[in-house]
Ligand binder design. Structure first.
Ligand code: GDP
Ligand code: MG
Length: 163
């Protein structure tokens, strides 16, 4: 089986855009078994010759972050636990939010290795957001742009040890 990368992050940071870019035309398996994987899309990804399974999660969406974990949140947590590495996206333009910090607190106590990527960082737009993301305590953040395909080599280098 291919190694697995789980994309995680709060709503609107660009998780699905990155998923679509990495899966490209090979998007095939969308598992919509009710109540099981409805909010979890998976596909085979390739990045500069690296081949891996990728999971697009949505467990931090449409939920009150202060509430107890709901079904979607539990699915996202399971996806991260089963993954070889978690790719934690933040929005480099907006900077950190309380929900980013909450997700980071959770990821820091999970065993799955984490790569932090500051998305929407095309051009120089994301540099201050990327620097801010050091404070998440999950290592050096990458700067990427899922929409414009920037940061591909850095992402490759970061993923390579895990996939
Ligand atoms: P998700 O909720 O985390 O899955 O985020 P989406 O992939 O749905 O993207 C949310 C919004 O961010 C959409 O309007 C995207 O077009 C936009 N977006 C995603 N990636 C980028 C990027 O690299 N740069 C910019 N400027 N916008 C992006
Ligand atoms: Mg999405």
């Amino acid at each position: 089986p291919l190694p697995t990368v789980a994309i995680v992050g709060r709503p609107n940071v660009g998780k699905s855009t990155l998923f679509n870019r990495l899966v490209g035309k090979k998007l095939a398996l969308v598992d919509d078994r009710p109540g099981v994987t409805r909010d979890r899309r998976e596909g085979d990804a390739s990045l500069l010759g690296l081949e891996f399974r990728i999971v697009d999660t949505a467990g931090f969406e449409d939920e009150d972050p202060a509430s107890l974990p709901g079904r979607m949140r539990r699915q996202t947590e399971a996806a991260v636990r089963e993954a070889d590495v978690a790719l934690f996206l933040i929005d480099a333009r907006e900077g950190l939010t309380p929900l980013d910090e909450e997700i980071a607190r959770w990821l820091r106590v999970e065993d799955t290795p984490v790569i932090v990527a500051a998305n929407k960082a095309e051009g120089k737009a994301g540099e201050s957001g990327r620097m801010e993301a050091f404070a998440l305590g999950l290592g050096e953040p990458l700067a990427i742009s899922a929409e414009h395909g920037e940061g591909v080599v850095d992402l490759f280098e970061a993923l390579r040890p895990f996939v």
